[in-house]
Design a protein around this ligand. Structure first.
Ligand code: GLP
Length: 242
């Protein structure tokens, strides 16, 4: 794991976007794994800027998002699909048919998870997986538990995670779906390279555990220590416990 500590969230956003743009320049057909949440919003804005300046061409890039709420269509403003449209997809040139997303309204959720795993494999696997981290150490929607699931699966969200996602649902945690589909920890660890980003004091404790603590399913991000190519980019506040 390499850890880079920068002064501000704006510095983190620029560093992450620069890293992604370099990866795309090195491999134009890169398969990107993408997170939602507040943390990557600045990096996505920087990627839109780089694209606007002709410095990042996504025309051959494919993407797979980590997760989506169950029962929420990709047209719903609270969906992660719409989040990605707002913050990244409408500002860069990723071809629509290269955007991979879980469908939380699929009739057969189990089949939908298998479809997603196959689609990722058919694309050659994820080359660079961007990750945020939940305050409780979750990655994607892999919540702390006694055991974790490797592949894409149906997940129940903890109440704290529903509260953290309330902004997408008019600030009302009770409107946040209690269930989601998410890539599993095996899917995430199957990526060639991982870039974990965190900002703010609320992430200091979970980042300390993720980077320096024991590897435990009680802090899913700690499993990243098992991967050979993980880069961590954090601001000073999130690095306070490192
Ligand atoms: C959400 C997402 C995660 C994300 C995390 C942190 O629940 N499922 O992929 O990394 O929470 O979000 P934020 O960046 O808003 O703190």
């Amino acid at each position: 794991m390499t850890v880079t500590v920068l002064d501000t969230p704006a510095d983190v956003a620029l560093a992450v976007a620069t890293r992604v743009a370099e990866a795309i320049a090195g491999r134009p057909s890169l398969v990107l794994g993408l997170p939602t949440g507040n943390t990557p919003i600045g990096a996505y804005a920087q990627l839109r800027r780089l694209h606007g300046e002709g410095r990042a061409d996504f025309s051959r890039v494919s993407t797979f998002n980590l997760d989506e709420f169950v029962g929420v269509s990709g047209h719903h403003p609270g969906s992660f699909r719409q989040f990605m449209a707002r913050h990244l997809f409408t500002g860069v040139n990723i071809p629509a048919d290269r955007i991979g997303f879980l469908d939380g309204t699929a009739g057969d959720l189990e089949a939908e998870c298998r479809r997603y795993d196959k689609a990722i494999a058919a694309a050659g696997g994820v080359g660079l997986q961007l990750l945020g981290i939940g305050a409780n150490g979750h990655i994607g929607f892999n919540e702390p538990a006694d055991s974790l699931i490797a592949g894409t699966h149906y997940a129940r969200l903890l109440e704290s995670t529903r509260r953290d996602n309330a902004l997408l649902f008019e600030g009302d945690a009770s409107k946040v779906p209690p269930e989601a589909l998410t890539m599993g920890v095996g899917s995430i660890l199957g990526s060639e390279a991982i870039l974990l980003i965190a900002t703010g004091t609320a992430k200091a404790a979970c980042m300390a555990g993720a980077v320096n603590g024991p590897v435990t399913t009680r802090l899913p991000a700690s499993l990243l220590q098992l991967h050979r190519q993980v880069e961590v980019i954090v601001d000073r506040a999130a690095a306070a416990g490192l």
